[in-house]
Ligand binder design. Structure first.
Ligand SMILES: C/C=C/C(=O)SCCNC(=O)CCNC(=O)[C@H](O)C(C)(C)COP(=O)(O)OP(=O)(O)OC[C@H]1O[C@@H](n2cnc3c(N)ncnc32)[C@H](O)[C@@H]1OP(=O)(O)O
Length: 373
């Protein structure tokens, strides 16, 4: 990789990097796979963001997409499958590197010292959430009318990783538990209501926004974006979003600390939203729904670094178990949408099956993310 601090434009595979009037821009450019993240893309982003952290020529970082199809549909699950299947026969260093480096990127973004602006236009899922929601104080998350956000991992036999335990457990009420256990999609108004986004800007205004950001004075990015977005605020009403309207119901049913109680609670409710929610929940991996609830509850009182370390252990256990390979097979390999979950029903999931996902695969001194703070 060239020295990004001295270049204004660089185009490795699947990602474009530019620096324009103080704005360091990462443009995801892998439209054929919905901008899903490869290990190379993660490495490129990590290297650029690390270099820009101390580069006086870069005042803010921005991440967006080259395609209206998607912002980012997550980690490259075809790669997970190919390498995971090979890994079953002898371990895979590439898969280990992928998760270690993706979670380290989430941590880097969380502690980013400069404004980190995310244009979340289109699909934002899984790893796409990780590179936007893991940002902390310096973040400016922009949604459009086409934003479709989700943590859909339970649909592929995984759990909400990339810092999901951390940010889902900190959303208002039980919204994070609901989103993490059902994998349901949130639109722009939902995202604003649930503090998964900061401002709404219509898609057609994004080119004008980029022009404006290249001329921001005195590093006042937040103020410039807020002023630009102000006229569009009336086009969207977070108070009328699905999550706002269903908030009482969500909080009531998802406040339980075991999945059986959540399911029982939903079954007792005749409301159509409760029925739809129950249907979604029952289609996901029963084992991983239970593991995910345990993860979200544990993560509520943990720092991000500890959440990511826990996720790193959990993801290792997921590939050992193989549920994730079956989930990916059904969704994008064979596309039969009929995963054969193990076990097949929630009633068969026992505490003895959940516990191993939380047992570290390494002694503390050898954990791949031991140096995160
Ligand atoms: C550590 C990180 C963990 C994670 O992030 S786990 C992954 C979390 N994300 C997901 O589970 C999303 C998986 N993708 C989907 O559910 C669907 O896709 C979408 C809802 C995003 C879009 O659906 P539709 O509009 O019908 O498009 P399409 O035909 O499914 O996708 C277009 C092409 O994009 C590929 N693709 C989509 N998402 C991914 C992905 N995450 N990794 C790799 N490829 C992906 C597909 O396979 C397909 O390609 P082809 O036409 O060649 O079959």
């Amino acid at each position: 990789m060239p020295n990004l601090t001295q270049q204004t434009s660089y185009m490795p595979a699947d990602i474009r990097i530019t620096i324009d009037h103080g704005l360091g821009c990462l443009t995801l450019d892998r439209p054929q796979a919905m901008n899903s993240l490869s290990l190379d893309m993660i490495r490129t982003m990590s290297q650029a963001l690390s270099a820009w952290r101390t580069d006086e020529n870069v005042h803010a970082a921005l991440i967006n997409s080259s395609t209206p199809k998607a912002f980012c549909a997550g980690g490259d699950i075809r790669f997970f499958y190919d390498v995971g299947i090979a890994g079953l026969r002898g371990g895979s260093a590439l898969l280990e590197d992928f998760f270690t480096e993706e979670y380290a990127l989430n941590h880097l973004i969380h502690h980013y010292p400069k404004p980190y602006i995310a244009l979340m236009d289109g699909i934002v899922m899984g790893g796409g959430m990780g590179i936007t929601q893991s940002s902390a104080a310096a973040r400016i998350r922009i949604v459009t009318e086409r934003t479709r956000m989700a943590m859909p991992e339970v649909n592929i036999g995984l759990f909400p990783d990339v810092g999901g335990g951390y940010f889902l457990s900190r959303l208002p009420g039980q919204i994070g538990t609901y989103l993490g256990l059902t994998g349901e999609i949130a639109g722009a108004a939902d995202a604003l209501y649930a503090d998964l986004a900061d401002v709404f800007i219509p898609r057609k205004e994004l080119p004008a926004l980029l022009t404006l950001l290249a001329s921001v004075k005195d590093r006042q990015y937040r103020q410039a974006i807020d002023e630009f977005a102000a006229p569009f605020a009336e086009q969207i009403d977070p108070a009328n979003s699905v999550l706002a309207r269903q908030r009482d119901l969500i909080d009531r049913h998802f406040s339980h600390d075991n999945v059986a109680a959540i399911v029982e609670s939903l079954k007792q409710d005749d409301d159509p939203f409760a029925k739809k929610t129950l249907d979604s929940l029952l289609q996901r991996s029963p084992l991983m729904v239970c593991v995910s609830l345990e993860q979200i509850r544990r993560s509520a009182n943990m720092e991000l670094a500890d959440c990511l370390r826990l996720e790193r252990t959990m993801v290792r256990r997921c590939f050992e178990h193989g549920e994730v390979l079956e989930g990916i097979r059904a969704l994008v390999i064979d596309k039969d949408h009929a995963p054969q979950w193990r076990p097949a029903s929630l009633a068969e999931v026992s505490q003895e099956m959940i516990a191993p996902f939380f047992e570290s695969a390494w002694p503390a001194y050898a954990h791949p993310l031991r140096e995160l703070d």
